[in-house]
Design a protein around this ligand. Structure first.
Ligand code: 4IA
Length: 402
């Protein structure tokens, strides 16, 4: 027997619980402590590893052969416990399945498709901004951030109008379920059956319009790339991933602008900065905090050994504030060169909908920059607690017209 000493260090123990209100109220000191403690931490409470430094998060999200998505991208390990819904065939999948499904999704987000959507998205953005300017004082979440993505994206999909109020509750179920079973998951699952029922019923070919993104997915059935059931599952992916995320991003950017008057001034002077402002908000205050992977074999990160079939949580929002990667990491700067942020993830699972998310962000915040003169908080924001999504439940804002 080889008596060589194993010099690899054990992972330091994580000192905080990231799935609590206290942590979510201000996660940044907690992230800094995680980054300082080591390249990989161990959570005895959740039985998972955590990476929080930019380069390690990037590695875990990039090396899909070692860090698999097929056992789920939440804490639950699908090889050990039954998932709460049939797994996504794109998010919770590895190649070759992932390659086939992602190819179909990507075809619905090409520059040509985005170009065709732009006019409609810009028109709706003007309507949204005019309405809140007429209100003067409004809630940045319920009157603003939650309106637009729930309208324009389902319109583009060809989803019926009726029942769209199920979309955000479904998003809450999906994203809370990536975390541990706790009070947030329990609350999100309150109306699970009726919400899930509506979602599944509206993923079918006959529920969707004839010339939307949904129909493009079903066209891949006719060309032999997908089965009819798989097409429904990919429409479900749109509804899972494409609404709550953008709503939360809008609320977060609105908060950033209302609390950083110098950056708001810059944006007003140059509305063409809207696209980069949206991008910087995904770095500075991104909605998606973390996703998990499962090791497919023994692996080392920064000299720390991790066995096969272990869960690793990659804290994207910590990577987004890592001072080793970013100058003035904690400054919101809409002119920053922001490539490399983890707000859309990275690697083969990097957000497939990002061209549409960017179109939405650019349309809304460019319209706001052109039409509004001042924007400020009119009350205390209230946080929305979710295991994975960072956002506000309420954001009282006051605006004046330019
Ligand atoms: C799916 C990571 C997040 C944006 C996401 C959530 C659900 C799905 C995909 C992505 O159901 O496929």
């Amino acid at each position: 027997m080889n008596a060589a000493v194993d010099t690899r260090a054990p992972a330091p123990i994580v000192q905080s619980d990231p799935f609590t209100r206290e942590f979510m109220d201000d996660p940044y000191p907690g992230f800094a402590a995680m980054r300082a403690a080591g390249p990989v931490l161990w959570s005895p409470q959740y039985g998972c590893y955590i990476v929080a430094r930019h380069d390690d998060v990037q590695r875990v999200l990039s090396e899909w052969q070692t860090f698999s998505s097929a056992a789920g991208v939440g804490l639950a390990n699908f090889s050990k416990e039954k998932p709460w819904r049939p797994p996504s065939i794109v998010l919770e999948a590895d190649p070759p399945l992932h390659t086939r499904t992602r190819t179909v999704l990507a075809r619905t987000m090409t520059p040509g498709v985005v170009k065709a959507l732009r006019e409609r998205f810009e028109r709706e953005a003007e309507i949204l901004v005019d309405r809140v300017l007429d209100m003067g004082a409004f809630d940045g979440i319920t009157d603003f951030a939650e309106h637009y993505p729930v309208k324009v994206f389902p319109d583009a999909l060809g989803l019926p109008e009726k029942g769209r109020e199920n979309l955000l509750p479904y998003g809450s179920m999906v994203f809370n379920s990536f975390g541990p079973r706790n009070e947030f998951t329990e609350a999100a699952m309150a109306n699970a059956d009726s919400v899930r029922g509506w979602i599944m019923a509206n993923c079918t070919r006959k529920a969707l319009g004839k010339d939307g993104l949904g129909a493009m997915i079903y066209a891949a059935v006719d060309s032999g790339e997908l089965t009819e059931d798989e097409a429904g599952m990919l429409v479900r992916s749109f509804l899972s991933a494409g609404v709550d995320t953008t709503c939360n991003a809008f609320g977060n950017l609105l908060w950033c602008l209302a609390t950083h008057p110098d950056q708001w001034r810059k944006l007003r002077e140059k509305p063409e900065l809207a696209r980069n402002a949206f991008e910087e908000s995904l770095r500075y205050e991104g909605p998606a905090q973390a996703f998990f992977r499962t090791t497919t074999k023994d692996v080392e990160i920064g000299g720390i050994r991790i066995a096969a079939n272990e869960k690793i949580c990659a804290f994207m929002q910590s990577a987004n504030r890592d001072p080793q990667r970013w100058e003035r990491a904690d400054a919101f700067d809409i002119e920053r060169r922001v490539v490399g942020h983890m707000g859309f993830g990275t690697g083969i699972h990097g957000c497939v909908g990002q061209p549409i998310a960017r179109l939405e962000g650019e349309a809304v915040f460019a319209a706001l920059a052109r039409k509004a003169k001042t924007i400020e908080l009119a009350g205390e924001p209230k946080r929305q607690y979710n295991n994975v999504l960072r956002s506000f439940a309420s954001l009282p804002v006051r605006v004046t017209r330019a």
